[in-house]
Design a protein around this ligand. Structure first.
Ligand code: S3P
Length: 190
């Protein structure tokens, strides 16, 4: 059977969602499938600051981190189309959200709590999950952020199945989204 055509993109694709939702992992695969560069916003923030995210939180506090995140996101959204994995809090900033709405297609990777707890347990460099009950913290973040993530153009479940399956789901969802409104957002913003 013939493979479905890959969507052609004139805009950046931005992945949003909680820590552990798979933004970086799926983002890399998606970029490869679409033939676009992959950029990880957290890595860019670290490069701009010259230190790691835990160090930024420790030395300057979360507010400074958020400010740097907003600036880096604005810079990245000015560039050529690419696949951009954001840090879990980036989409919460209204300015960043407005820029994404204007210039990109946003995809919310949504996973159930159990999956998020299991995935985030593999790393210990997330300041927001340090010291205490990671499950309770993720639940509180989900309660606070899900209504905002829900503003994304597309939502895809990333809990079940391997990354290849989630990536396929994202590509299918992108195809459907572009077929329904290929240039609507573009026209609205020009
Ligand atoms: C954060 C998520 C992290 C990182 C920082 C804050 C958040 O990125 O930006 O620790 O506020 O959810 P990942 O979502 O890539 O883990």
């Amino acid at each position: 059977m013939k493979k479905p055509e890959l969507p052609e993109l004139d805009r950046t694709v931005v992945l949003v969602g909680l820590m552990g939702a798979g933004k970086t992992c799926i983002g890399r695969r998606l970029a490869q499938a679409l033939g676009l560069p992959f950029v990880d916003a957290d890595t860019e923030i670290e490069a701009a600051a010259g230190c790691s995210i835990p160090e930024i939180f420790e030395r300057f506090g979360e507010d400074e981190f958020r400010d740097g995140e907003r600036r880096v996101m604005a810079r990245l959204l000015e560039g050529e189309p690419h696949v951009l994995a954001t840090g879990g809090g980036a989409f919460l900033n209204p300015e960043t959200r407005a820029l994404i709405r204007e210039r990109a297609i946003s995809i919310w990777l949504r996973a159930d709590l159990q999956t998020l707890v299991a995935r985030t347990a593999r790393r210990d460099d997330r300041p927001l999950l340090k010291n205490g009950d990671a499950r309770a913290k993720l639940q509180a973040l989900a309660d606070e952020r899900y209504p905002v993530y829900a503003e994304a153009d597309i939502a895809v479940d990333s809990s079940n199945g391997p990354p290849s399956v989630t990536t396929r789901r994202v590509l299918d969802a992108l195809r459907t989204y572009l077929a329904a409104a290929p240039t609507a957002r573009h026209e609205a913003s020009t």
